[in-house]
Design a protein around this ligand. Structure first.
Ligand SMILES: [Fe+2]
Ligand SMILES: [Fe+2]
Length: 194
Protein backbone atom coordinates (compact mmCIF):
# COMPACT_ATOMS: atom_id res chain seq x y z
CA UNK A 1 0.00 0.00 0.00
CA UNK A 2 1.46 3.36 -1.03
CA UNK A 3 0.41 6.91 -0.17
CA UNK A 4 -0.63 9.22 -3.00
CA UNK A 5 2.49 11.36 -2.29
CA UNK A 6 4.74 8.32 -2.85
CA UNK A 7 3.02 7.55 -6.17
CA UNK A 8 3.30 11.22 -7.24
CA UNK A 9 6.98 11.31 -6.27
CA UNK A 10 7.85 8.28 -8.43
CA UNK A 11 5.64 9.55 -11.28
CA UNK A 12 7.59 12.83 -11.27
CA UNK A 13 10.95 11.02 -11.34
CA UNK A 14 9.82 8.84 -14.25
CA UNK A 15 8.54 11.86 -16.19
CA UNK A 16 12.00 13.46 -15.79
CA UNK A 17 14.02 10.35 -16.64
CA UNK A 18 12.04 8.61 -19.41
CA UNK A 19 11.59 9.89 -22.94
CA UNK A 20 8.03 11.14 -23.69
CA UNK A 21 6.93 7.98 -25.52
CA UNK A 22 8.25 5.65 -22.80
CA UNK A 23 6.66 7.85 -20.13
CA UNK A 24 3.29 7.72 -21.91
CA UNK A 25 3.58 3.91 -22.04
CA UNK A 26 4.56 3.87 -18.35
CA UNK A 27 1.47 5.89 -17.37
CA UNK A 28 -0.64 3.57 -19.52
CA UNK A 29 0.75 0.51 -17.73
CA UNK A 30 0.29 2.13 -14.31
CA UNK A 31 -3.37 3.08 -14.89
CA UNK A 32 -4.19 -0.22 -16.62
CA UNK A 33 -2.59 -2.11 -13.72
CA UNK A 34 -4.70 -0.06 -11.26
CA UNK A 35 -7.86 -0.96 -13.21
CA UNK A 36 -6.90 -4.65 -13.29
CA UNK A 37 -6.24 -4.52 -9.54
CA UNK A 38 -9.81 -3.19 -9.06
CA UNK A 39 -11.21 -6.03 -11.19
CA UNK A 40 -9.20 -8.73 -9.39
CA UNK A 41 -9.22 -7.54 -5.76
CA UNK A 42 -5.61 -6.48 -5.48
CA UNK A 43 -4.13 -3.43 -3.73
CA UNK A 44 -4.56 -0.62 -6.27
CA UNK A 45 -1.58 1.47 -5.14
CA UNK A 46 0.82 -1.51 -5.31
CA UNK A 47 -0.27 -2.13 -8.91
CA UNK A 48 0.07 1.58 -9.75
CA UNK A 49 3.57 1.76 -8.25
CA UNK A 50 4.76 -1.43 -9.99
CA UNK A 51 3.39 -0.11 -13.29
CA UNK A 52 5.24 3.21 -12.84
CA UNK A 53 8.56 1.47 -12.17
CA UNK A 54 8.34 -1.53 -14.51
CA UNK A 55 10.44 0.08 -17.29
CA UNK A 56 12.63 2.33 -15.11
CA UNK A 57 15.77 0.69 -16.56
CA UNK A 58 14.60 0.63 -20.18
CA UNK A 59 16.33 3.92 -21.00
CA UNK A 60 19.80 2.33 -20.81
CA UNK A 61 21.28 0.64 -23.88
CA UNK A 62 21.95 -3.08 -23.54
CA UNK A 63 25.75 -2.74 -23.14
CA UNK A 64 25.26 -0.18 -20.34
CA UNK A 65 22.73 -2.43 -18.61
CA UNK A 66 25.17 -5.33 -18.71
CA UNK A 67 28.01 -3.26 -17.25
CA UNK A 68 25.71 -1.80 -14.57
CA UNK A 69 24.68 -5.34 -13.58
CA UNK A 70 28.37 -6.36 -13.38
CA UNK A 71 29.22 -3.28 -11.30
CA UNK A 72 26.47 -4.06 -8.78
CA UNK A 73 27.24 -7.78 -8.63
CA UNK A 74 24.01 -8.83 -10.33
CA UNK A 75 24.65 -12.23 -11.91
CA UNK A 76 23.45 -12.66 -15.51
CA UNK A 77 23.33 -16.22 -16.82
CA UNK A 78 24.30 -17.18 -20.39
CA UNK A 79 20.58 -17.72 -20.95
CA UNK A 80 19.72 -14.20 -19.79
CA UNK A 81 22.45 -12.67 -21.94
CA UNK A 82 20.80 -14.36 -24.95
CA UNK A 83 17.52 -12.53 -24.21
CA UNK A 84 18.51 -8.84 -24.01
CA UNK A 85 14.93 -7.71 -23.26
CA UNK A 86 15.16 -9.58 -19.96
CA UNK A 87 18.08 -7.48 -18.69
CA UNK A 88 16.12 -4.21 -18.29
CA UNK A 89 13.66 -6.16 -16.14
CA UNK A 90 16.45 -7.58 -13.95
CA UNK A 91 18.19 -4.22 -13.51
CA UNK A 92 14.82 -2.45 -13.16
CA UNK A 93 13.94 -4.68 -10.21
CA UNK A 94 17.33 -3.80 -8.66
CA UNK A 95 16.78 -0.05 -9.17
CA UNK A 96 13.26 -0.25 -7.74
CA UNK A 97 14.65 -1.79 -4.57
CA UNK A 98 17.96 0.02 -4.05
CA UNK A 99 17.40 3.38 -5.76
CA UNK A 100 13.67 3.99 -5.35
CA UNK A 101 13.34 2.33 -1.96
CA UNK A 102 10.72 -0.29 -2.77
CA UNK A 103 10.76 -3.05 -0.16
CA UNK A 104 7.64 -4.97 -1.20
CA UNK A 105 8.82 -8.27 -2.74
CA UNK A 106 5.63 -8.59 -4.81
CA UNK A 107 6.23 -5.22 -6.47
CA UNK A 108 9.93 -6.01 -7.08
CA UNK A 109 9.14 -9.43 -8.59
CA UNK A 110 6.43 -8.01 -10.84
CA UNK A 111 9.11 -5.73 -12.35
CA UNK A 112 11.61 -8.61 -12.56
CA UNK A 113 9.22 -10.88 -14.50
CA UNK A 114 7.29 -8.36 -16.61
CA UNK A 115 8.95 -9.33 -19.91
CA UNK A 116 9.13 -13.11 -19.57
CA UNK A 117 6.54 -14.21 -17.05
CA UNK A 118 7.42 -17.38 -15.10
CA UNK A 119 5.82 -20.54 -13.77
CA UNK A 120 3.68 -19.92 -10.67
CA UNK A 121 3.31 -16.17 -11.22
CA UNK A 122 1.72 -14.14 -8.41
CA UNK A 123 -1.40 -12.04 -9.04
CA UNK A 124 0.59 -8.80 -9.24
CA UNK A 125 3.12 -10.39 -11.63
CA UNK A 126 0.21 -11.30 -13.93
CA UNK A 127 -1.35 -7.84 -13.60
CA UNK A 128 1.88 -6.05 -14.60
CA UNK A 129 2.68 -8.49 -17.42
CA UNK A 130 -0.83 -8.04 -18.84
CA UNK A 131 -0.97 -4.27 -18.31
CA UNK A 132 2.34 -3.97 -20.21
CA UNK A 133 0.80 -5.88 -23.11
CA UNK A 134 -2.65 -4.26 -23.29
CA UNK A 135 -2.16 -0.61 -22.19
CA UNK A 136 -3.79 1.97 -24.51
CA UNK A 137 -0.73 2.97 -26.58
CA UNK A 138 -0.05 -0.64 -27.67
CA UNK A 139 -1.27 -1.49 -31.17
CA UNK A 140 0.87 -4.16 -32.79
CA UNK A 141 -0.75 -7.45 -31.77
CA UNK A 142 -3.66 -9.11 -33.56
CA UNK A 143 -4.99 -10.62 -30.34
CA UNK A 144 -5.21 -7.23 -28.54
CA UNK A 145 -9.00 -6.72 -28.83
CA UNK A 146 -9.60 -10.18 -27.36
CA UNK A 147 -7.01 -10.06 -24.56
CA UNK A 148 -7.93 -6.49 -23.55
CA UNK A 149 -11.33 -7.81 -22.48
CA UNK A 150 -10.11 -11.13 -21.16
CA UNK A 151 -7.56 -9.52 -18.79
CA UNK A 152 -10.45 -8.12 -16.76
CA UNK A 153 -12.24 -11.45 -16.36
CA UNK A 154 -9.62 -14.25 -16.36
CA UNK A 155 -5.94 -13.52 -15.60
CA UNK A 156 -4.75 -17.10 -16.16
CA UNK A 157 -6.51 -17.65 -19.48
CA UNK A 158 -5.30 -14.24 -20.64
CA UNK A 159 -1.69 -15.12 -19.68
CA UNK A 160 -2.01 -18.41 -21.57
CA UNK A 161 -3.28 -16.67 -24.74
CA UNK A 162 -0.56 -14.01 -24.73
CA UNK A 163 2.26 -16.42 -23.90
CA UNK A 164 1.03 -18.80 -26.62
CA UNK A 165 0.98 -16.02 -29.18
CA UNK A 166 4.43 -14.78 -28.03
CA UNK A 167 6.01 -18.25 -28.20
CA UNK A 168 4.52 -18.79 -31.67
CA UNK A 169 5.72 -15.36 -32.89
CA UNK A 170 9.29 -15.79 -31.58
CA UNK A 171 9.44 -19.32 -32.96
CA UNK A 172 8.31 -18.19 -36.44
CA UNK A 173 11.08 -15.56 -36.45
CA UNK A 174 13.64 -18.07 -35.12
CA UNK A 175 14.25 -15.73 -32.18
CA UNK A 176 15.52 -17.13 -28.88
CA UNK A 177 12.68 -17.78 -26.42
CA UNK A 178 13.61 -17.04 -22.80
CA UNK A 179 13.44 -20.14 -20.60
CA UNK A 180 11.07 -18.39 -18.16
CA UNK A 181 8.67 -17.54 -21.02
CA UNK A 182 8.56 -21.12 -22.14
CA UNK A 183 8.10 -22.58 -18.66
CA UNK A 184 5.41 -19.93 -17.98
CA UNK A 185 3.55 -21.03 -21.11
CA UNK A 186 3.78 -24.71 -20.08
CA UNK A 187 2.65 -23.80 -16.56
CA UNK A 188 -0.54 -22.04 -17.72
CA UNK A 189 -1.23 -24.75 -20.31
CA UNK A 190 -1.16 -27.40 -17.58
CA UNK A 191 -3.06 -25.23 -15.10
CA UNK A 192 -5.88 -24.77 -17.61
CA UNK A 193 -5.72 -28.37 -18.91
CA UNK A 194 -5.15 -27.17 -22.49
FE1 LIG B 1 9.76 -3.58 -20.24
FE1 LIG C 1 6.79 -1.76 -20.69
Amino acid sequence: MYRIEEIQYIRKIMSDKLDPKRYEHTLGVSFTAAALAMAHDYDITDAEMAGLLHDCAKRFPESVLISKCRKHGIYLSEEELKSPAVIHAIYGAYLAEYKYGISDREVINSIRYHTTGRAGMSKLEKIIYLADYIEPTRSSSEILPEVRKLAFTDLDLCMYKILGSTVEYLDSRKTHIAKDTFTAYEYFRELLHK
